[in-house]
Write a protein that binds this ligand. Structure first.
Ligand code: ADP
Ligand code: MG
Length: 708
């Protein structure tokens, strides 16, 4: 094998991309460039060519292989032109039917020729009506293979026969020597008994005695070995990234007693909850170390993460550094800006510093002024969308970067952010925030490169939200209730959400149509009152005006598509109606509901589901709605979501850049995962060369994505 080299392999002798043959290009597209990639490309299923079956013993539906002589051949036109070939194996007769065929096949299957035929049987042997559609046909005789025939995931440009050959060659050439240290191997019996080489030979070319069940059963030692190897690679690469970052120099950010953080705490209209204080202390401790903080702050919607971030910013600013805060949407960034400016500007003004705001939709002049303030250091804190890491943005002294709702940024954007912020002389500290809490052990495996702080307590005075499920047929009644609520002085969100992370034009249009319809219905039900409407197509300035009017209590009802989804804070809003609730993910519904129940009034959430004449809900949708009705606890919601979707999909966002884990899931309580977490530091400390080879083998050039 080649020497470890983190870059994707580009050796001099390789043909350039333009000169690759079609199958070679297809191999590239599947990511099959190195021998080891081919060796790790495992079959989807297997075909049994090891046996010849007597037709008389076979049953309809069986995939069988038989040998027999052609007794009749004709090209018939029965509706469609087709080639019909009758083959007799001495026990029964089978009719082969081909709708696509070449002239050479007529010769290959001429009367009297003996054939080996493989395909799925239909019909019945006793009545003499056995048939096969488009079977695989070759001349009879010759050796039978000793192992099952693998069928690989492939593309149209890559015939199975070719893929089988290159995979077999790759498997034969690949260096499969042991990369897991003996003291780690010894902890799991399946690993001792089955080497990587054994596991791969077994899965690529299983012996005929193996039942399909054993092969697909992921508890088989071969699968256990692959899972362990892959999880170890993931843990190793994250742990290595973490240690690498620990070597970097970050500014020491400590606040003076009586400095900005203390002043901020004194000025706040509320006291921190115990959980907020704990998280703030953990962050303060990290900021006071000379290596960059890598911390994830997770907490349910409304748990009060913003003020914890503001305290972190105050520490950085007090120490003479700048802070950047990034949010995934303009509305959310704007909300953060006004909140943080309200809290911090009075404290910053005497120091000649301020908070600035950066977004893609800003006017040139305004933007230039903000950029200048960032470059001069006058801007102590810059808040914005990902415009904060734009080309022209140059911080004088960036000490801390805060990323809100980090999972909503794509893998690529997160990598860009890292690169951009690492261009500085000193590495800034990083604080990531997420309102989608995941169970602690899962968080620790999944974010093995991060420290995790959790706010597991809501601020006092919150009123629980009563959640009701209402069928779409009763929409009229709900509208009448909205009227009553509005008359009683309450504020209502009516949401026709856009499916999360969907960029399909159709879905955006549908959400918009629904919202427009709801807006018309509600306006009709509330004569003389203004009903607000915000959707993704609205220009930013208009959105801002509508939101501001709703926040000021001027609009009783706000109809919205997706814009209020994250983080919006209007404490007086106490009712939320969500249309088509059955179509949305549990996390998204929970986030939406988190917009209400922030003030003193009792709050309600109405989930409209189903269609007036639609089919009944599927089981997953029913489970989601049930979870919403039964619990408000974000951690419980996350647990149920995990149970409904499974960890692969639940955590999908982080992996979407490249399907990184192919064999393993980061399932909670998986002993192999626990093993990988224990083995990773042992490998890095005592066997750094093996560790490097292991990561290189498994991740090659993709290791980078795990750091995002
Ligand atoms: P999230 O964690 O969802 O980002 P926010 O930071 O937006 O939550 O906080 C939600 C609301 O709770 C805000 O209005 C905030 O000012 C308020 N808040 C935060 N912490 C406290 C506290 N300790 N006591 C009372 N209100 C608080
Ligand atoms: Mg928030």
């Amino acid at each position: 094998m080649s020497a470890p080299d983190p870059a994707p392999q580009k050796t001099g002798g390789e043909p350039t991309v333009e000169r690759l043959s079609a199958p070679q290009k297809a191999l590239r597209q599947l990511g099959l460039t190195r021998d080891i990639d081919l060796a790790l490309h495992l079959p989807l299923r297997y075909e049994d060519e090891t046996r010849i079956t007597r037709l008389a013993d076979a049953h309809a539906g069986d995939a069988v292989q038989f040998e027999g002589a052609v007794t009749h051949q004709e090209v018939a036109v029965r509706g469609r032109r087709q080639l019909l070939v009758m083959v007799n194996d001495g026990s029964a007769t089978c009719l082969l039917r081909f709708f696509h065929f070449y002239p050479t096949q007529l010769k290959q299957m001429a009367v009297g020729v003996r054939l080996r035929v493989r395909g799925e049987l239909r019909g019945d042997a006793r009545s003499g009506s056995l048939t096969m559609m488009h079977p695989v046909v070759r001349a009879a005789g010759g050796d039978l293979p000793a192992a099952l025939t693998p069928v690989y995931p492939s593309t149209a440009a890559l015939p199975q026969a070719y893929l089988r050959k290159v995979v077999a060659a790759g498997l034969a050439r690949a260096d499969l020597s042991e990369t897991i240290a003996p003291e780690c191997l010894s902890l799991i019996p399946a690993l001792r008994s089955c080497s990587l080489k054994d596991a791969l030979s077994f899965l690529h070319h299983p012996a005929p005695g193996q039942s399909a069940l054993a092969l697909e059963d992921r508890s088989h030692p071969a699968w256990q070995r692959l899972k362990a190897e892959e999880l170890l690679a993931q843990q190793l690469s994250q742990l290595a990234a973490r240690r690498e970052r620990a070597q970097l120099q970050a500014p020491l950010l400590t606040a003076r007693p009586g400095g900005l953080p203390d002043q901020l705490l004194a000025a706040l209209p509320f006291a921190l909850t115990g959980a907020q204080r704990r998280a703030a202390d953990e962050i303060a401790r990290d900021l006071g170390l000379p290596r960059p903080m890598q911390r994830l702050l997770q907490g349910d919607v409304g748990a009060g993460k913003t003020v914890v971030a503001a305290l972190a910013a105050a520490i950085a600013i007090d120490a003479g550094w700048q802070c950047a805060l990034m949010a995934p949407t303009e509305i959310l960034a704007e909300q953060h800006f006004s909140k943080l400016a309200e809290w911090l500007e009075p404290l910053l003004a005497p120091l000649g510093k301020r908070v600035v705001w950066l977004t893609g939709s800003q006017k040139k002049r305004e933007r230039a002024a903000q950029l200048a303030a960032i470059e001069s250091g006058e801007a102590a804190l810059a808040v914005g969308t990902h415009a904060v890491i734009g080309e022209q943005v140059r911080f004088a002294r960036l000490g801390l970067a805060v990323i809100d709702e980090q999972h909503r940024f794509g893998v690529q954007q997160r990598l860009e952010l890292r690169h951009k912020l690492s261009e500085q002389e000193r590495e800034p500290h990083f604080l990531m925030m997420s309102a989608t809490p995941i169970p602690r052990t899962l968080a620790m495996s999944y974010y093995a490169d991060l420290d995790v702080s959790t706010i597991d307590e809501l601020p006092p005075g919150r009123t629980p939200v009563v959640t009701k499920l209402v069928h779409e047929q009763r929409r009229g009644e709900v509208i009448a209730r909205v009227h009553d609520w509005a008359e009683a002085g309450r504020q209502i969100y009516w949401v026709c959400p856009l499916i999360e992370e969907s960029d399909s034009e159709d879905e955006a249009m549908q959400a918009l149509r629904n919202a427009t319809q709801a807006h018309a219905d509600l306006a009709a039900a509330l004569p003389g009152r203004d009903v607000g409407l915000v959707h993704s197509r609205l220009p930013a300035a208009e959105k801002k005006t509508v939101m501001a009017r709703f926040a000021a209590g001027e609009l009783p009802v706000l109809v919205a598509t997706t814009v209020i989804e994250v983080g919006v804070d209007v404490p007086n809003a106490s009712v939320m109606v969500i249309e088509h609730a059955d179509r949305f993910g549990l996390a998204q519904l929970h986030q939406l509901r988190g917009r209400v129940g922030r003030g003193a009034t009792a709050s309600a959430c109405v989930l409209l589901y189903g269609a007036a004449d639609g089919p009944p809900l599927g089981p997953a949708a029913r489970e989601r709605l049930k979870a919403m009705r039964e619990t408000h606890d974000g951690f419980e919601i996350a647990r149920r979501d995990l149970a409904i979707r499974g960890p692969g999909e639940f955590l999908g966002a982080r992996q979407s850049g490249a399907a990184l884990l192919r064999f393993a899931d980061l399932a909670e309580g998986d002993p192999i995962l626990a093993w990988a977490r224990r083995a990773a530091p042992v490998m890095l400390d005592r066997h750094p060369n093996l560790a490097r080879r292991h990561v290189q083998r498994w991740l090659g050039g993709r290791a980078e994505y795990l750091k995002a």
